[in-house]
Design a protein around this ligand. Structure first.
Ligand SMILES: *Cc1c(COP(=O)(O)O)cnc(C)c1O
Length: 393
């Protein structure tokens, strides 16, 4: 091993022995209902392409046209020469969807979180963060160097007690996923909004798994709860239900003006690729015009969850496309995923640190493009997993 890296082989073995070493599976097709793995067709049951838009003809046509018009890459960061009128159209569209004054787009949702949070809180400030928030929120909190208070998952009363007992001479920020990425449940958003207003805290929410799926217009959980205009910092991603790539923050024009100068994940990176921006715009048209897609996702998730429960699995309550089937140990979760693969169904085991210890799981997701035969196929995989992991999981 190279100088200074003699520790690596032991670190690798330790991960391997604990069933925590991650390995990549390579797919040779787009994330449709079925994909090619090693030349064989598999049912895809773990993609975030919830509405089936990553391969939608209108989305692809928009991406192709943008490549012809604007090129493969934006060529520079937004603040130098990388800002395209296309980015602006997308930002206006996202601001309208989210009922906000303005929006700005980032190359990824991860960057939107790690760029925005440190711009809003710093040393001497306090951030209250749900214990199951996404890793990009956790990293954004760490980068901010604010003091971070983790509150029990989705527990608004505990949060209020912590707000009351935490001295805060300066700024305070509450941050939460709206739909939690690994569990699929909803944050108590009406309570968070009320708390934030009562205690003069800023509220930032991450709509990565809600945008396109929840609310009458698919605007997300804020719309679902009738809270449009009450959440000052709304983050989301273009990479999930919208089927493209990228992230965004929507809010008051002053917030966006400030972030354009202060969010390092926006400033020091090449602008969102033109194809991704155009694909997102086309996807937003479909979200507006085809509400059946979000309805179908909800119905499929309910049926899949019920089927897993019938087979004796511990299924987390879902309000989204995510059906969390908790298995327990990393090894058992790997066995369950392997059983799925024998039925040619692809849903990798999700293990710590993505989820808390003891809650390794199959994170199953449905897509609007799944039909009833796909669902039957998924049920056969659940049977195989049940037989493989035994009755205790
Ligand atoms: C996926 C995800 C992100 C990151 O978005 P990307 O666009 O994939 O980088 C942020 N927050 C949550 C809750 C997510 O699930």
């Amino acid at each position: 091993m190279s100088a200074g890296l003699a520790w690596l082989p032991a670190a690798l073995s330790e991960l391997r022995d604990a069933d925590l070493l991650r390995e990549l599976t390579y797919c040779s097709s787009s994330p449709g209902p079925c994909v090619l793995l090693g030349g064989e067709e598999h049912l895809l049951l773990a993609s975030n392409n919830y509405l089936g838009l990553a391969g939608h003809p209108a989305v692809l046509a928009a991406a192709h046209a943008a490549i012809d018009e604007y090129g493969a890459g934006a060529g520079a960061s937004r603040l130098v020469t990388g800002s395209l009128d296309l980015h602006r159209r997308l930002e206006r569209r996202l601001a309208d969807l989210k009922s906000c004054g303005d929006a700005l787009v980032f190359p990824t949702g991860f960057q939107a979180n790690v760029g925005t949070i440190p711009a809003l809180a710093g040393p001497g400030d306090v951030i209250f963060s749900d214990e199951l928030n996404h890793a990009s929120i956790i990293d954004g909190c760490r980068l901010s160097r604010a003091s971070v208070v983790r509150y029990p998952h989705a527990d608004a009363d505990a949060l209020e007690a912590l707000i009351r007992s935490t001295p805060a001479p300066n700024r305070r920020l509450i941050v939460s996923d709206t739909v939690f990425s690994m569990d699929g449940d909803l944050a108590p958003l009406p309570d968070l909004v009320a708390l934030a207003e009562r205690h003069d805290c800023a509220l930032m929410v991450d709509e990565a798994h809600a945008t396109g799926l929840l609310g009458a217009n698919g605007a997300g959980a804020i719309e679902h709860f009738g809270l449009a205009g009450r959440v000052p910092v709304v983050m989301g991603t273009l990479s999930k239900a919208l089927g493209a790539q990228g992230g965004y923050v929507a809010g008051h024009t002053d917030l966006c003006d400030y972030l354009r100068t202060r969010a390092r994940g926006f400033v020091f990176t090449t602008a969102l690729a033109p194809a991704a921006a155009a694909a997102s715009l086309a996807a937003l048209d479909i979200v507006r015009d085809e509400p059946w897609r979000r309805d179908r996702v909800g119905a499929l998730a309910a049926r899949l969850g019920a089927a897993a429960k019938e087979r004796g699995f511990r299924v987390l309550p879902t309000r989204s496309a995510v059906v969390g089937v908790v298995i327990g140990s990393p090894g058992d979760a790997l066995d369950a995923a392997a059983a799925f693969r024998t039925e040619r169904v692809w849903a990798p085991a999700i293990r710590p640190p993505s989820v808390p210890e003891g809650t390794s799981r199959l994170r199953l997701t449905v897509m609007a493009s799944h039909d009833d035969e796909h669902l039957e196929w998924a049920f056969r995989a659940l049977d195989a997993a049940r037989a493989s992991v035994g009755p205790t999981c």
